[in-house]
Design a protein around this ligand. Structure first.
Ligand code: FAD
Length: 424
């Protein structure tokens, strides 16, 4: 982003936070039961901020995991730059903030009775339900790929054991080995994530196994921050990364786990390490409740994130269609803060504020080489969240090493601040 563009962005960001969030009073008169499913970026942010702005609301958070391992910076764990402990966060601070934590899985929702049924059998009643359950993989989308095969050909698109599995496979691979990564068509969690991963794996290979290479089989013909990635790949990793787009037969059809082989329309490619990122849709609890309608993602009124299918259910984060906002942790956190104010207002009988949301997607192309894209989003003429013209920008092309080093530091700073805000 140029200096003037970044200044405009910061001015807009200031305006956005004042209009949407910063100067709002607390809603002491708001009362009722808010139940939240998922303690990831969207759900935990909503819970945390609800406790701050509406102390009269009962906030219950349902999450089966006792610790959250974040996808942000999991690519750096895979490439050996960060330990998994550094991206693992406990939920204690949420309970300390007054959130009631239910350590269980939401198994079903009855929107008419306003109940969440837990896997353990109990029912949790709500006045308003918030869903931020993330993604699941579309069953049967890739012939031959299932949960068992994912133990041989990891996806590592939900962080945790899969992250370590892919890291360990890379470590065990001999020098001269071939890494194959398959990337789905839009839309999916974290549009620049696969290319950040390819970059950091390339960095690892260049450093530790220089005779190796990485092949990307892609289900599309262009991708997020493509000119910036390609500029960096040419400079840092010449000949190491081969990208095969959709038009050249990049779209994955089937896998054969036994031979570690993937097949597209024009290619059959085996790899020493095969990372399959499967096509995705809203997580099962949202999909199975029918909240995606005929599609893969939940449709919401983007002014309140309330489902267009079931009243009193608000859906945010990766599971929801939020106009032009990408599926990112930054987006989910921004939506969570807004939603806390909107729910507090609704429960107090007030008009919810108009959303003014932000997102920045940072990517590391090497440990000290960062790039980013930033935007501000407001409701546009179509009634959907649209990027505000002139309020965002991308990193400049042909920037100095110093600029990219700073961007890498910004990425780490963003991670430290958002995770301490949510789980710290
Ligand atoms: P999640 O954070 O996935 O949280 C969902 C939670 O819901 C989980 O804890 C899950 O256990 C829980 N859950 C699911 N179903 C149920 C149920 N039935 N009952 C109870 N709980 C349930 N974003 C960025 O902004 N910056 C980055 O640098 C970045 N890097 C990424 C790198 C990779 C490799 C990947 C894969 C993603 C990256 N992302 C990044 C994207 C980011 O991880 C997601 O956009 C973000 O996690 C979405 O938040 P969420 O709340 O929708 O879902």
């Amino acid at each position: 982003m140029s200096r003037s563009t970044r200044r405009q962005f910061l001015q807009m960001f200031g305006a956005a936070s004042a209009a949407g969030l910063g100067v709002r009073p607390t809603f002491a008169q708001a009362n009722g039961r808010i139940v939240i499913v998922g303690a990831g970026f969207g759900g935990a942010t909503t819970a945390r901020y609800l406790r701050q702005v509406a102390p009269g609301l009962e906030v219950t958070l349902i999450e089966p995991l006792s610790e959250i391992v974040t996808c942000p910076f999991s690519n750096d764990v895979i490439a050996g730059g960060t330990e998994i402990g550094a991206i693992t966060h406990g939920l204690g601070p949420l309970t300390a903030a007054g959130v009631t934590l239910v350590q269980d899985r939401a198994a079903a929702i009855d929107p008419d009775a306003r109940l969440v049924r837990l896997a353990g059998g109990a029912d949790v009643p709500y006045d308003r339900l918030v869903l931020s359950p993330g993604i699941d993989f579309k069953p049967g989308a890739i012939e031959g790929y299932d949960d068992d095969v994912a133990q041989l050909m990891p996806h590592a698109w939900k962080a945790g054991p899969q992250t370590l599995l892919l890291r360990d496979q890379l470590r065990a691979m001999p020098d001269g080995g071939v890494v194959v990564m398959t990337i789905p068509a839009n839309s999916f969690r974290c549009p620049p994530g696969p290319y950040e991963r390819a970059s950091l794996i390339a960095h690892y290979l260049k450093t530790e196994k220089p005779r190796s290479k990485i092949i990307l089989l892609d289900g599309k013909d262009n991708f997020s921050k493509q000119p910036l990635f390609e500029e960096a790949w040419a400079a840092l990793y010449p000949g190491l990364i081969e990208w095969i787009p959709f038009a050249q037969g990049g779209s994955l059809l089937r896998v054969d786990a036994a031979s570690r082989t993937v097949e597209t329309e024009f290619h059959t490619q085996s790899g020493d390490v095969v990372n399959v990122i499967p096509p995705q849709r809203a997580a099962a609890i949202a999909y199975d409740t029918g909240l995606t309608g005929e599609g893969d993602w939940c449709t919401v009124n983007q002014s309140t994130f309330e489902s267009t299918i079931a009243p009193n259910i608000h859906i945010l984060g990766d599971a929801a269609i939020a106009g032009a906002m990408p599926k990112s942790g930054f987006s989910a956190g921004s939506q969570g803060k807004f939603l806390a104010y909107a729910l507090a207002a609704l429960q107090a009988g007030d008009e919810p504020p108009a959303p003014a949301l932000i997102n920045t997607c940072y990517s590391l192309v090497a440990p000290d080489y960062g790039i980013s894209v930033a935007d501000v989003f407001r409701i546009g003429p179509e009634g959907t969240l649209a990027a505000v013209q002139g309020a965002g920008g991308v990193s400049p092309r042909e920037a100095s090493a110093e600029v990219h080093k700073r961007e890498a530091a910004y990425a780490r700073g963003w991670y430290a601040s958002i995770t301490s805000e949510i789980w710290g």
